[in-house]
Design a protein around this ligand. Structure first.
Ligand SMILES: CC(C)(COP(=O)(O)OP(=O)(O)OC[C@H]1O[C@@H](n2cnc3c(N)ncnc32)[C@H](O)[C@@H]1OP(=O)(O)O)[C@@H](O)C(=O)NCCC(=O)NCCS
Length: 179
C-alpha cells in the first residue's frame, strides 16, 4: 500500500458543505457520544465511506482489511452514534510510528474529531514504547498541518514533488519523549 496517494478533498463534498452553509444546515453536532476505539472488521464499510468522501484515490476495502491483519499497523476509528465518522492509522517501523492517514468525513469536520483521533493515536504510540512519530502532508494542507502541530509534530523537511500532481510533501516529526 502506498502512503503517498492523493489526499485532495473531493470537490463535490466542498460543494455539499457550501450548500449546507447557505441553507443553514451546518449546525453544531452533539459529539458527547463520540467513541475512539480500535478498528474492527465490521468497521471496514464505514471507514471506506470516509475514504471515498475524503480522497480522490481511496484505499480499497481489501487494503483496509489487510491492515487489520498487519501486526505492525494500528488503526483507531471515531464512532458517533453508531456511525464511523473518521479514522487514523499508523505503521510501526522499529521504534517509530509512521502515520498512514487521518481522515474525518466532511459532514463531521470542525467538531474536534480529528483532534481526538490524533491525541489518542499519540497516546497509543507512547504507551507502546515508540520514541517518535512521523508523517508526510501536502504543503497546501494547512488544516492537517495545524492539527499535527497541536500534538507536537514539527516540520523537518520537504519531499519535492512527492505527490503525483507534483505537489511537495512536508515531512513532520514528533519526538514523543519531549511531550
Ligand atoms: C485534517 C482533518 C482530519 C481535521 O479533522 P477535523 O475533525 O475537522 O479537525 P478538528 O475539528 O479536530 O480540529 C483540530 C485542529 O485542526 C486544525 N483545523 C481544523 N479545521 C481547520 C480549519 N478550517 N482551518 C485551519 N485549521 C483547522 C486546527 O488546528 C484545529 O484545532 P483548533 O481548533 O484548536 O485550532 C480533516 O480536515 C480531514 O479529514 N481532511 C481531509 C483528509 C486529510 O487531509 N487528511 C490529512 C492527510 S495528511
Amino acid at each position: 500500500m502506498e502512503k503517498n496517494r492523493e489526499n485532495l478533498n473531493n470537490p463535490n463534498q466542498d460543494l455539499t458543505q457550501d450548500l449546507n452553509s447557505i441553507l443553514g444546515l451546518d449546525t453544531q453536532l452533539n459529539t458527547n457520544n463520540l467513541i475512539i476505539r480500535p478498528m474492527r472488521k465490521e468497521d471496514i464499510e464505514g471507514v471506506h465511506m470516509v475514504e471515498v468522501d475524503c480522497f480522490d484515490d481511496p484505499w480499497s476495502k481489501k487494503s483496509l482489511m489487510d491492515e487489520l491483519k498487519n501486526n505492525l499497523a494500528r488503526y483507531l476509528v471515531a464512532e458517533l452514534d453508531s456511525v464511523i465518522v473518521g479514522y487514523v492509522g499508523v505503521w510501526f517501523v522499529v521504534d517509530e510510528g509512521h502515520i498512514t492517514n487521518v481522515a474525518v468525513h466532511s459532514n463531521y469536520r470542525g467538531q474536534r474529531i480529528g483532534d481526538r483521533l490524533v491525541e489518542e493515536m499519540v497516546k497509543l504510540c507512547k504507551s507502546e514504547g515508540l520514541v517518535s512519530m512521523t508523517l508526510e502532508v501536502r504543503s497546501s494542507n494547512t488544516v492537517a498541518q495545524n492539527l499535527y502541530r497541536k500534538y507536537g509534530f514539527k516540520m523537518a523537511g520537504v519531499r519535492k514533488e512527492y505527490y503525483s500532481d507534483r505537489e511537495d510533501a512536508i515531512i513532520m516529526w514528533n519526538q514523543l519523549s519531549e511531550l
